[in-house]
Design a binder for this molecule. Structure first.
Ligand SMILES: NC(=O)C1=CN([C@@H]2O[C@H](COP(=O)(O)OP(=O)(O)OC[C@H]3O[C@@H](n4cnc5c(N)ncnc54)[C@H](O)[C@@H]3O)[C@@H](O)[C@H]2O)C=CC1
Ligand SMILES: O=C(O)[C@H]1O[C@H](OP(=O)(O)OP(=O)(O)OC[C@H]2O[C@@H](n3ccc(=O)[nH]c3=O)[C@H](O)[C@@H]2O)[C@H](O)[C@@H](O)[C@@H]1O
Length: 440
C-alpha cells in the first residue's frame, strides 16, 4: 500500500521505516530540510537501536522515501499518518498548533481519497476536530476519513516495540477506514483492538497515566522503605509475583522523565478539568514525581552539609538508557540544583551529551568517559542506568575518587557488592552502605 507519514521524530520515523519494512511504499514528510537530507542518505537523526539499519535496507529496496514537499508526499497515498509533536502548553494542556498546520497541509494538498491516521497523542475529541478542520479547508473533491491509532512504543526499544507490541488500537467511526488500517498493520501480526475514536484517544492517555501512577506508587513506597528499614527491590519482587500486579514498571528511582509521561499526565489533568473533573489521584502522581527528582540532591546535602566547591560526577544524562532524548530528563533539574549550590559538575553520557549541552547549565564540564568523570570526584550521581554504567568497576572507586561516595538514582548495584568493595553507597528505597574504617 502507498502510505505517507507526516513528522519524522521518534514516532514518525520509526513508524515509516517499519511500515516500509513490511512491504509498504512509504514517503516520510518533514518540514526540517536538514533532517530530510540526512535521512535520504540513510542517516537517522535520532539514536534508536536498529533503526538506521532498517532505514538503509528499505531505502535501497526503493520502499522508503523522504521529502519536504507535502503535495508530492501525499500523491496516491491511501493512508496519511500524522506523527507531529503535541508539546505542552504553559498550563499543561496539549499544544495542537502542529496538528492544526498538518490538517491544513492535508486539506489543501491531498488530491485523492485518503484515510488520515493520527499517531500523535491528542486530547479526547481532537480527531473530530482534525476531521472538521480538513473538511472546512478541503480544496479538491476527495473523501477524507479520520482514524485514531495511538502509539505505544518506548524510546530505546522503538523498533522492537513496533514489531512486537502488545496491541494496536484503532479508533474510528468508519468500518471501511478501520479495516484499511487493520490491513496496513496485518503483517506485524499484533492483536488489533477496534473501538470508537474517543475511546482510542483516551486509551493512550489512560495507559501513560497508569504507568506513571505505578512509578510514583513504587517511589512513595521506596521513601517509606528507607524510613522503616525495608528494601524496595525485595518489596517490588514480592508484589510483582501477584499476576494481578505484575513485575513491570516497579523500579523505584528518581522519577519518570521523557517526552511523554510528564506532558501526558499534565494534559490528562487538563482534559479532566475541562469536563469539571478534578483528577486528584493523577495530580498526586505528578507531585510525587516532582519531589522524587530532588531526592538525590537532598541525600547529598544531608551527607556533605554543603555541596559548594565539591566536585560532583554525573553519570548518565538521558531520561532513560538507549536514547539520546533529553526531554524532561531528571538530570536537567538535578544538574541545575548542583550548579546553583556551587558544585563543580562533571558529566558523562554515552549518547545524549550533544542534546544535553542544549538544555543543561553552561557551567557543566563534559567528559568522554566514566573514568574521566569520576577522577578526583567527591561523589558521583548515577542518573541513567546505561549498561556501561552498570558495569563500573566498583573496586577501583577508592583509588580514583577523592571520596568513594555514590548516589545511585537507579539502583544499579546490589547492596552486597557495594559492601564488598567498601564504598559509601546511597540508593533509592534501600539501606545506605557506609564505609568501614580500616585500622592498620
Ligand atoms: N517519543 C515517543 O516515544 C512517543 C511519542 N508519542 C507521541 O507522538 C507524537 C510525536 O512525538 P515525537 O516523535 O517524539 O515528536 P518529535 O518532536 O520527535 O518529532 C516531530 C517531527 O514533526 C515534524 N513536523 C512538525 N510539523 C510538521 C509539519 N507541518 N509537516 C511535517 N513535519 C512536521 C518536526 O520537524 C519533527 O521532526 C507526540 O504527540 C507524542 O506525544 C507517542 C508515543 C511514543
Ligand atoms: O507515550 C509515550 O511517549 C511512551 O511513553 C513511555 O515510553 P518512554 O517514555 O519512551 O519510556 P519508559 O520506558 O516508559 O520510561 C519513562 C520514564 O519512566 C522511568 N521508569 C520506568 C519504569 C520504571 O519501573 N521506573 C521508572 O522510573 C524511566 O526511567 C523513564 O524516565 C511508555 O512506556 C510508552 O508505552 C509510550 O508510548
Amino acid at each position: 500500500m502507498k502510505i505517507s507519514v507526516i513528522g519524522t521524530g521518534y514516532v514518525g520515523l520509526v513508524t515509516g521505516v517499519c511500515l516500509s519494512d513490511i512491504g509498504h511504499q512509504v514517503t516520510c514528510i518533514d518540514i526540517d530540510q536538514q533532517k530530510v537530507e540526512k535521512m535520504r542518505k540513510g542517516i537517522s537523526p535520532i539514536f534508536e537501536p536498529g533503526l538506521e539499519e532498517l532505514m538503509v535496507k528499505n531505502i535501497d529496496a526503493e520502499r522508503l522515501f523522504f521529502t519536504t514537499d507535502h503535495k508530492a508526499g501525499f500523491q496516491n497515498a491511501q493512508a496519511i499518518y500524522i506523527a507531529v509533536g503535541t508539546p505542552q502548553n504553559g498550563d499543561g494542556s496539549a499544544n495542537l498548533l502542529f496538528i492544526e498546520q498538518v490538517a491544513k497541509d492535508i486539506a489543501t494538498q491531498v488530491t485523492n481519497d485518503v484515510v488520515v491516521v493520527t499517531k500523535s497523542t491528542v486530547p479526547v475529541g481532537t480527531n473530530d476536530y482534525i476531521k472538521k478542520l480538513i473538511q472546512e479547508q478541503l480544496v479538491n473533491d476527495v473523501k477524507v476519513e479520520v482514524v485514531s491509532n495511538p502509539e505505544f512504543l518506548r524510546e530505546g526499544s522503538a523498533v522492537k516495540d513496533t514489531f512486537y507490541g502488545d496491541r494496536i488500537v484503532i479508533g474510528s467511526d468508519s468500518e471501511t477506514a478501520a479495516s484499511l488500517i487493520e490491513e496496513v498493520n496485518k503483517s506485524f501480526g499484533i492483536p488489533v483492538y477496534k473501538t470508537d475514536i474517543r475511546s482510542a484517544e483516551m486509551i493512550k492517555y489512560a495507559s501513560n497515566a497508569f504507568l506513571a501512577t505505578k512509578i510514583s506508587f513504587i517511589n512513595e513506597i521506596s521513601n517509606i522503605c528507607e524510613k522503616t528499614g525495608a528494601n524496595v527491590e525485595d518489596v517490588a519482587i514480592g508484589m510483582g509475583l501477584d499476576q494481578r500486579i505484575g513485575n513491570k514498571f516497579l523500579n523505584a528511582g528518581i522519577g519518570y522523565g521523557g517526552s511523554c509521561f510528564p506532558k501526558d499526565t499534565n494534559a490528562l489533568v487538563q482534559i479532566a478539568g475541562n469536563v469539571e473533573h478534578d483528577f486528584e489521584l493523577l495530580k498526586s502522581v505528578i507531585k510525587v514525581n516532582n519531589d522524587q527528582q530532588r531526592l538525590l540532591v537532598d541525600k547529598a546535602i544531608n551527607r556533605f552539609g554543603t555541596l559548594s566547591g565539591k566536585r560532583v560526577a554525573i553519570l548518565g544524562l538521558a531520561f532513560k538508557p538507549n536514547t539520546d532524548d533529553m526531554r524532561e530528563a531528571a538530570s536537567i533539574k538535578i544538574s541545575q540544583e548542583l550548579v546553583q549550590m556551587g558544585a563543580e559538575v562533571v558529566a558523562y553520557d554515552p549518547i545524549a551529551m550533544e542534546n544535553a549541552k542544549k538544555l543543561l547549565p553552561g557551567a557543566i564540564m563534559y567528559v568522554n568517559s566514566i573514568d574521566e568523570a569520576i577522577l578526583n570526584a567527591d561523589c558521583a550521581f548515577i542518573l541513567t542506568e546505561w549498561d556501561e554504567i552498570k558495569k563500573i568497576d566498583l573496586s577501583n572507586l577508592n583509588n580514583v575518587m577523592q571520596e568513594a561516595v555514590l548516589f545511585d538514582g537507579r539502583n544499579c548495584f546490589s547492596i552486597e557488592e557495594t559492601k564488598n568493595v567498601n564504598i559509601e553507597y546511597h540508593s533509592i528505597g534501600r539501606p545506605s552502605v557506609m564505609k568501614e574504617l580500616v585500622v592498620n
